[in-house]
Design a protein. Structure first.
Length: 292
């Protein structure tokens, strides 16, 4: 698979009754295709853990059927190993381009438990796999030794999405696994991670600014970041002033790109204020002006 520097962690648009809005979803996916961005479905931004098994399979099958000319990644998340293995077997049949495997939720395993967990999942597939370190969601940091050990055991480890929020921790991952590709999992830290050897970004911002975020990522990877501040920091900060993906969905709805801004509990539109919405709209105008 061709290496893509930017993957969009897609939102999952929903109708007012909470069902998946496939018309809006298709439109969003095609905007990413036009921008040249890989697409990640069923990540945390896609509310993957809020969808039931039938809905998740429907999202994967629908995305694959579109035949996009950009690669497709599927998020595999949770803590039920047999259930995740079964979903991976389904993906083996559908044949997405990549899988995203997250550190187990809630249990807080140590280095050995993490290694064995990922080994079990990667042993169920030959599809390229990206690991996902996101301690703010899982409750545990991925141990820096884990990617290096897995790279010695599995040829289909394609990289790590690193969302620790720490440049120092990113550097330690790179030190222990210099031959593994590391992607920023934080929009705002992409300039810093790129300077430390990062190869790309898995982005929330590219949902709402697909072409502009593509340009932003290219500039970061080239080290051309001086002109990005404070514009991009302010814009990406605004997207996280309420629980993700609430701000992204609200902005997509205000832009007319999705029919509704519906989210599923425990997410709530009540957690975003009118002041934050106003700021999002202001940042949207600034990013649009910057790109054009």
């Amino acid at each position: 698979m061709e290496k893509f520097p930017l993957w969009t962690a897609m939102v999952t648009p929903m109708n007012t009754d909470g069902s998946v809005d496939y018309d809006s979803f298709e439109s969003l996916l095609k905007k990413q295709e036009e921008a040249g961005n890989g697409v990640l479905v069923l990540g945390s931004t896609g509310e993957g853990l809020n969808l039931n098994e039938e809905e998740k399979r429907g999202v994967v099958a629908f995305t694959k059927k579109l035949g996009l000319n950009v690669p497709m990644m599927v998020g595999i998340g949770g803590f039920d190993l047999p259930a995740q293995a079964d979903f991976i077997h389904f993906c083996n049949e559908v044949k997405p381009d990549a899988l995203l495997l997250v550190t187990p939720l809630y249990a807080k395993p140590g280095a050995e438990g993490q290694f064995e967990w990922f080994s079990e999942l990667m042993g169920e597939t030959e599809i390229p796999c990206m690991l996902y370190n996101v301690p703010s969601r899982t409750g545990v940091k991925m141990h820096p030794s884990v990617p290096a050990r897995l790279s010695e055991e599995f040829d289909h480890l394609m990289g790590v999405k690193e969302a620790s929020g720490s440049v120092e921790e990113f550097k330690e991952f790179r030190r222990q696994a210099p031959n593994v590709d590391f992607y920023s999992g934080d929009d705002g830290l992409t300039p810093a991670f790129s300077k430390e050897g990062g190869v790309g970004l898995v982005s929330v911002a590219s949902n709402v600014w697909p072409k502009a975020t593509h340009k932003y990522t290219e500039m970061c990877l080239k080290g051309e970041t001086d002109s990005l501040f404070p514009l991009w920091k302010n814009a990406t900060d605004a997207l996280f002033k309420a629980p993700n993906p609430v701000p992204a969905k609200v902005l997509l709805n205000r832009k007319g790109w999705v029919t509704n801004d519906t989210v599923r509990l425990p997410l709530s539109l009540g957690d975003i204020s009118e002041q934050v919405i106003k700021e999002l709209l202001e940042q949207d105008t600034k990013i649009t002006d910057w790109f054009e």
